[in-house]
Every structure is written in C-alpha cells, then in structure tokens.
Design a binder for this molecule. Structure first.
Ligand code: GFB
Length: 309
C-alpha cells in the first residue's frame, strides 16, 4: 500500500476496525474510506455493490462482522450465521468486481475443531466437529476463508485470511450479557469495587484456557500482512500463550483493585476447553505481539473508565 492508496476499512466502529484505522493513520495513510452502519448496510448486496462502484477502493480490510461473547453466539445463532455470511459475501464479491488490488479477511480462532491438538496449527481446519456454542459464527468464518481461497484460485483475486485469537482492547463492548469474557470481567470487577460487593460471579468452571491478543497488536499484524503476505494459506494471529479463566479473573481483579472474592457460576457454559494458536508461521514472517496481558488490561481498563464517565 502507498500512503495515498484508497483503503476501505469495513467495520471501522468496532474493536478491530477502529484499531486498524488508528494503525493506518499512524503509518501515514491519508486516504482511508469509512462508512458507518447507518450509512451502508453491508448485508444489502446492491447497496454494497453501489458503494464499491462509487468509492473504488484499492485495498480492503474486512473487519465488519456480527460478534459477541459465548452467550451472544449461543443465543443469536441465526443472526450470527446470516449477518456474517451476507457481509462477507457482499464485500468480497463487490471487491472482486471493481478490481480491488488486495483484501484482508478477518476470521476467528473458533474455526478450528473443538478437540484438536494444541497449539492449533492452520492445517487442523476441518479435521473435526466444532464447538457447539459458536458453531454458526465459526461456519460463517470458515465460509469467508474458503471464499477467499476460491476467489484466489478461480479469479486470481488477491484475498488473504487471518484468524485471530480472542481479542480485547480500548473501545471494546463491556456488555455483561453479550460481551467477551475479558471486557465483561473488567466491568464486573469495577462495579463490585465501586459498590463494595463482597463477591464477583465468574461464568463456568474457570478451568478453560484462552489466549488474548491486544487489539492494537492485531492491527499492527493485519497491516503488516496486507503489505508482506500473499499466500493461499490462512494465517493464525496470536501471542502463542494462554491462561485459565480463573487466572484471568485474578489478573483483572488486581488491575482493577478489587479485594473481594470470586465465585463460579456452573450453570453458564465453559465453551471450548482450550484454543491456543500455533503462531510459528506468523513469527517466521517476522511478526510478534508486543503488549503483555497485564499492560493490555491496564490500557483497556483506562478506556472503560473514560467511556463510563
Ligand atoms: O470471550 P468468551 O465469551 O467466548 O469467553 P469464547 C468465554 C469463556 O469465559 C467461557 C468464561 O469459558 C466462559 O464460561 N467466562 C467467565 C465468561 N466469566 C465470563 C463472563 O462474565 N462473560 C463471558 N462472556 N465469559 C468466543 C466466541 O468464544 O471466542 C466468538 O464466542 C469468538 O465467536 C471468540 O470466536 C474468539 O472464547 O468461548
């Protein structure tokens, strides 16, 4: 990408898209094209095609998606499947039609089988059944990845796919019901501290392990890959390290400054037991995450405090 290239970031108001826009601006890109959801509904095929014909982007970051934590994925199963399939189908096809030079598709580590060897290598895709709580989202993301592969092979369209681990960072959704675990814990511990509650309730058994990548690190990786990578194979993006939910809760409690106790609510699902990514392919290309989990949580808590005022 040149600094004057026309670059469309789909989903720029979300956690991932907003980080990508900041990263592009930091690197001097001055021609970033953005549309909010009310301005352009990417589930609408003709509206999406019209937008691409008018804006003629040269590069596309496809970060628009319907996302949420374990409960949202499990509750809004139809929407997670439909919205994500429609967004991907419309954006990738419109991009191809107007000869976009390159597109990066953002997926998720939940595409991999529920029980696969750890750490998870890219070639474990489609080798076993998926985790039930987020199967519709995973199926949509697998379809997006396969669409990129098929368009590369049939049309020579330069589309690459990156599969990030669990993400968190400034501007995340701190919703207690529909959010991901890390931002939800930030809100729970903060509210318990402020209200003087004696305990915080954590969902599940606390034993599952998750790998967390700071969203600003992800944006750095994604822009890096747009510039250097053009392979058929999708790439994992993560830190290569994971932590139990119980230890994560301890860390978030420390950062927030909460001194009460935590209790587990076993009636809530655990989800997949472990999904640590093998990031050796990404490392071999020369990229590594920079932000420690503690530092990332400190920054995210600050953003929560600012947005909560
Ligand atoms: O981030 P999360 O909701 O989704 O994390 P997944 C769920 C894990 O954290 C489960 C535990 O083991 C939960 O039982 N947990 C504990 C909590 N307390 C809480 C809480 O207060 N809120 C939440 N949300 N969880 C997501 C997929 O799966 O992974 C997405 O649903 C996406 O589609 C993402 O793929 C990467 O890690 O299970």
């Amino acid at each position: 990408m040149e600094t004057h290239s026309r670059i469309y970031v789909a989903g720029h108001t979300g956690l991932v898209g907003s980080s990508i826009v900041r990263e592009l601006r930091k690197r001097g890109h001055s021609n970033v094209i953005l549309r909010t959801h009310p301005e352009l509904d990417l589930r609408d095929q003709s509206a999406t095609q019209l937008f691409f014909e008018g804006a003629r982007p040269e590069y596309v970051f496809l970060a628009a998606a319907k996302v949420g934590g374990i409960q949202a994925n499990n509750t809004y199963r139809g929407e997670f499947l439909f919205d994500n399939l429609a967004i991907q189908m419309n954006v990738i096809e419109s991009a191809r039609r107007v000869d976009v030079k390159k597109l990066v598709f953002l997926g998720s580590s939940c595409i991999y089988p529920k029980e696969c060897p750890q750490p998870i290598r890219e070639d474990y895709l489609l080798t076993g059944p998926l985790e039930a709580t987020n199967e519709p989202y995973a199926i949509a993301k697998i379809a997006g990845l396969k669409m990129c592969e098929a368009y590369r092979s049939q049309y020579g369209f330069q589309a690459i796919s990156v599969m990030p681990t669990n993400l968190y960072g400034p501007g995340d959704s701190f919703d207690l019901q529909n959010g991901h675990v890390l931002p939800s814990l930030i809100r729970k511990f903060h509210e318990a501290k402020v209200n003087g509650s004696s305990e915080v309730v954590i969902w599940g058994s606390g034993r599952p392990r998750r790998e967390f990548l700071y969203s600003e690190d992800l944006a750095d990786a994604v822009v890096f890959l747009m510039n250097v990578y053009d392979g058929d194979q999708h790439l994992n993006v993560g830190t290569g390290e994971d932590i139990t939910i119980a230890d994560l809760a301890k860390l978030v409690g420390e950062v927030v400054g909460y001194s009460g106790k935590t209790v587990m609510n076993d009636s809530k699902p655990d989800g997949v037991f472990r999904k640590q990514l093998d990031v050796s392919k990404l490392k071999a290309l020369g990229w590594q995450a920079k932000t420690s989990l503690r530092e990332g949580i400190v920054q995210t808590y600050e953003s929560f405090l600012t947005s909560n005022q």
